[in-house]
Write a protein that binds this ligand. Structure first.
Ligand SMILES: Nc1ncnc2c1ncn2[C@@H]1O[C@H](COP(=O)(O)OP(=O)(O)OP(=O)(O)O)[C@@H](O)[C@H]1O
Length: 256
């Protein structure tokens, strides 16, 4: 049984300023099972964030439905944690308070927040930095705080929108390894938006390759590569070649 079902979802935006309509997603259907790691891959503007936002409950389909655990999504919920490209931390709060921020909103005591935060701070490898402030941490460390904050609510699904987009290549590769460890440890289900082919192949159990606007699913690929994945291996590059061919603009056939 699928945990997430995206069923015939379309999303049309009305651009009133330019007096035009934009079809961001056109009849998209995907299913994600528990513990899968789905990467949504496609060119800029193909509707990846729009799709993720609908799973998060920040936006609604123009037609079709998104269900998580059998419930039709109409609003955000604690069953779905979201990690954005920017960690969006509170600069005036130390790491542990940022991690436990949602608990504070729910009125949990300081002792309870501190204790609950610790487990996730350790899970993302930030032990020793509990009392640091965001400005004292690197970009990668701030993203770890954002991931710990999302994990703390113990969500069934973690939704990530290009979370490592602003990081340098080496830090990004380190974070990939960390994220796979966290995904396994937390036994969560992840939907991860990226426009990086290598990133999608480093992470996903599945890669959904999307076409340029209007966004459609060109192919949903199960990725059968052993971990840790070697981006120089022949098998990795076979997948890469196939994805590149899917992303290449369709060539116009000459008339016979
Ligand atoms: N609120 C909105 N109003 C009007 N158009 C929108 C809105 N949100 C998104 N769009 C349009 O829908 C299309 C898909 O946008 P979306 O941000 O989902 O793409 P994306 O694949 O995530 O792009 P990127 O990789 O550049 O972040 C784009 O053409 C965008 O301009």
């Amino acid at each position: 049984m699928a945990l997430i079902t995206i069923d015939s979802v379309s999303r049309v935006f009305e651009d009133s300023q330019r007096k035009q309509v934009v079809t961001a997603l056109d009849n998209v259907s995907i299913q994600v099972k528990r513990n899968e790691f789905l990467c949504l891959l496609g060119p800029s503007g193909c509707g990846k964030s729009t799709l993720l936002n609908m799973i998060a409950g920040f936006d609604k389909p123009s037609s079709g439905t998104v269900t998580v655990g059998g419930q039709v999504i109409t609003e955000p919920g604690a069953d779905r944690g979201v990690v954005f490209q920017q960690a969006n931390l509170m600069p005036w709060l130390p790491v542990w308070e940022n991690v436990a921020f949602h608990l504070k909103m729910r009125g949990a005591s300081k002792a309870d927040r501190r204790e609950k935060a610790q487990r996730y701070i350790e899970m993302v490898g930030l032990k020793g930095f509990e009392n640091h402030f965001p400005s004292e941490l690197s970009g990668g460390m701030n993203q770890r705080v954002g991931i710990a904050r999302a994990l703390l609510m113990n969500p069934e699904v973690i939704l990530m929108d290009e979370p490592f987009g602003a990081l340098d290549e080496q830090t990004k590769m380190d974070m990939h390894g960390e994220l796979i460890r966290i995904w396994r440890e937390s036994q969560s289900t992840i939907v991860f938006v990226t426009h990086g082919i290598d990133e999608s192949l480093a992470l996903g159990t599945h890669v959904a390759v999307m076409s340029a606007r209007p966004g459609r699913i060109r192919e949903l690929l199960p990725i059968e590569l052993e971990r840790p994945r070697d981006p120089t291996s022949a098998a990795f590059n076979d997948y890469k070649r196939h994805i590149l061919s899917l992303l290449r603009p369709e060539t116009v056939k000459e008339p016979a």
